[in-house]
Design a binder for this molecule. Sequence first.
Ligand SMILES: *Cc1c(COP(=O)(O)O)cnc(C)c1O
Length: 332
Amino acid sequence: MHPKEPPRLPLAQLPTPVVELTNLARELNIPRILCKRDDLTGLEVSGNKVRKLEYLLADARAQGADTLVTNGGFQSNHCRATAAIGARLGMRVRLILRAPADGSQPENDGNLFLDRLFGAHITLHPVKEYNTDRNALVDRVMNEERAAGRKPYFFPVGASVPLGCWGYIRCFKELLDHFGGETKFDVFSAVSSSGTFAGLVLGKALFGAKNVRVVGIPVSDSVEFFQKDVRELIDATNDRFQLGLSEMDTPIELIDGYIGEGYAIPYPAAVETLKRVARSEGLILDPTYTSKAMHGFLETIRAGAVRSDALPLFIHTGGAFGLMARRDLFGK
Ligand SMILES: *Cc1c(COP(=O)(O)O)cnc(C)c1O
């Protein structure tokens, strides 16, 4: 890895495999489509969040923490991975969760069901309270834990902080090790809390991978929002670890048009893509992230917007448990 890499606690099954999506490639009439199976980083910890948590957990343990505190939506993959890791490492977990927007009680299904199964301590908050008072909610939980004599360690939604970015710097290195420096490939991934995509962009810069193009597909907020959000995260990571990179070294390429109405709101074309990939490849996508990103990826291929001499590669960031909580999208 890179000499500036911070300590890491191995929690994921790495490296993840790179597979060929042969049936989809045939259907789209192109020679090859590749997929890096980051949905296979583990079972309980499946998906992209565990890569970031490897670095955060190393830091938490070095600081002597015994309790993990984090936040996210009620079907957060990040919170479920944190809950599983907490159980595995014998640490207490406090999850501050955003309740459904319509004010209903969430079904005890998918990630939320697993959070409870792993023994996490959960509080659910209405959207308005969660959005406006989040810092106060976190402070309150941290103070409660300290008052009880514990040592809490906080990280925010998606673990998308500079330390977490190393997860996808490492993933990028795995891709280079897999293909060798000569192969040209265009890498696509979903973008939401930004740490995955920021890590890939940083990885390309740190390893001088001139043949690789990194493209992000926003699934929750606008391209303008993410140009700023990803830039801030890249800058903060560059500063904190003194990576010596300039803005020119870390171009941010995002493609628009696949968000739908917003975060965790599925739309028919993405649901169709999810069904199609399931039937053609036996591969599970999720309604919130990977179905939208895969839809954008396949549409980009169809539009001829992958470099003609490059291999198209999709990073499957996981989310299968979130699918189980959205059976309603698929009829009987
Ligand atoms: C969190 C998540 C993403 C988005 O990754 P970020 O680092 O938050 O941008 C993509 N796919 C799945 C399944 C996720 O859980």
